[in-house]
Design a protein around this ligand. Sequence first.
Ligand SMILES: Cc1cc2nc3c(=O)[nH]c(=O)nc-3n(C[C@H](O)[C@H](O)[C@H](O)COP(=O)(O)O)c2cc1C
Length: 219
Amino acid sequence: MNILYIFAHPEPKSFNSAMKEAALRTLNELGHEVKLSDLFAMRFKPVLDRSDFLQPKRTDVFNPFLEQMNASKNGTFSRDIMDEMEKVRWADMLIFQFPIYFTGFPAMMKGWIDRIFAAGFAFNPATQSAYGTGLLKGKKAMLVMTAGAEGSLYSKGGMHGDIHELLRYMTHCTLEYTGLEVLPPHIIFGAGKMSEERVDREMHTYTAKLRSAVPSDRE
Ligand SMILES: Cc1cc2nc3c(=O)[nH]c(=O)nc-3n(C[C@H](O)[C@H](O)[C@H](O)COP(=O)(O)O)c2cc1C
């Protein structure tokens, strides 16, 4: 399987970075082809603006949606967007890994989605009748997240509420909207401060989860 691993954490010595490395090793061992978009390492520009469009349709007023539709039709996005889109086209599965910030995507990851899941490339309200008919139909996606809070705070009746309900804007309104088939997320709670023993355990649990969620091509 072709897998695009999209990763957003600014520190190479973080737990998140160690998880990413373990995931890449595991996916390679399973025989998958893997491409990595390490957004901080790439110094990815996370803000959608005029410079995303090499040949804007309108120069008097900037309409991001119209410009995305136009650039999707004509292949006139900036080089960094075209490169990421090429990886998405190539991939059978997208894995997004990040620490949750305010129970959502960190800005870097959200910016990748705003710019790469462009109108006309990932979704098209004019031709898309429902969820499941988005332009990325046929591909899979999985969210892998760390949270500082303990799981009890993200449960029904907990201080923040049920994490799975809170994640729906990502899983349903973002990923499924583009037609992606979304696998259950992998979430590590209480990730801010962990003993070495727990780090080892979480690494093992995560790589085992990948082995079952993305089985080997060779089997
Ligand atoms: C700006 C910011 C916002 C955060 N928001 C949340 C949050 O809403 N919920 C939560 O559980 N943790 C939150 N955290 C904690 C991070 O998710 C946590 O530190 C991270 O997952 C730990 O992974 P790391 O050790 O690899 O950095 C936040 C951290 C920062 C810096």
